[in-house]
Ligand binder design. Structure first.
Ligand code: DX5
Ligand code: ZN
Length: 214
């Protein structure tokens, strides 16, 4: 069964504590925390002080998705504020290998992310190091966009690499995941699902969780 990480970007920020309690009750596997810097992506979202508050408000694992330039300057800070997992974009740094080492040295699970326009080949050298690969299924920056079908080919490629090299990294998908698109990503090997706008639009988070996790 795939794990589900609702993206707090679509949560009600005025009632974050209630939202976190409702997520725990619904049985999700963790929360996805989207950090945007207005440089790497054309939007600015949430950062360290909100992470600190979320950490105090829940025991759920926190999956921090850094959509920022120069992630090497910040990964330790996000680890200190309570991240359980941190993912960095291969497009955001010339030193992806070093950043992944930094994340692991901070005793946090490490993920590498690829944009829709970035090939799987670009992360081949680090696949043995990472705990998870995040395949963006929309262009990062905003919630509520449509799923990009071509992403499924990348999931197939990653599944093949896992088999061939006997690797165990998880495959996470992020963007446009809903009750319809979820079936195909799971069929193509996704093991971790991020869902923002679809999930938080539902009145009943428990049934939304069941629908997405299958
Ligand atoms: C997009 C973010 C996503 C976003 C997903 O840049 O990385 O995590 O919140 O939102 P939906 O599920 O609405 O596409
Ligand atoms: Zn994300």
């Amino acid at each position: 069964m795939a794990k589900l990480y609702p993206s707090l970007l679509s949560a009600n920020f005025l009632q974050l504590q209630e939202e976190l309690k409702a997520l725990e009750k619904a049985g999700v596997d963790g929360v996805h925390f989207d950090v945007m810097d207005g440089q790497f992506v054309p939007n600015i979202s949430i950062g360290l002080p909100i992470l600190e508050a979320v950490r105090k408000g829940t025991c759920l694992p926190i999956d921090v998705h850094l959509m920022i330039e120069e992630p090497e300057k910040y990964v330790e800070l996000f680890a200190e504020q309570g991240a359980d997992m941190i993912s960095v974009h291969v497009e955001a740094t010339p030193h992806i290998h070093r950043v992944i080492q930094q994340i692991k040295n901070a005793n946090v699970q490490a993920g590498v992310v690829i944009n829709p326009g970035t090939p799987v080949e670009s992360i081949a050298p680090v696949l043995k190091m990472v705990d998870y690969v995040l395949v963006m299924t929309v262009n990062p920056g905003f919630g509520g966009q449509s799923f990009i079908q071509e992403s499924l080919d990348k999931l197939d490629q990653l599944s093949n690499i896992k088999k061939e090299l006997d690797l165990t990294f998880e495959v996470e998908v992020d963007g446009g995941i809903n009750d319809e698109t979820v079936k195909s990503v799971i069929e193509h090997g996704a093991t971790m699902l991020v869902a923002g706008s679809y999930f938080f639009k539902q009145d009943d988070y428990q049934s939304a969780t069941q629908i997405l996790k299958g």
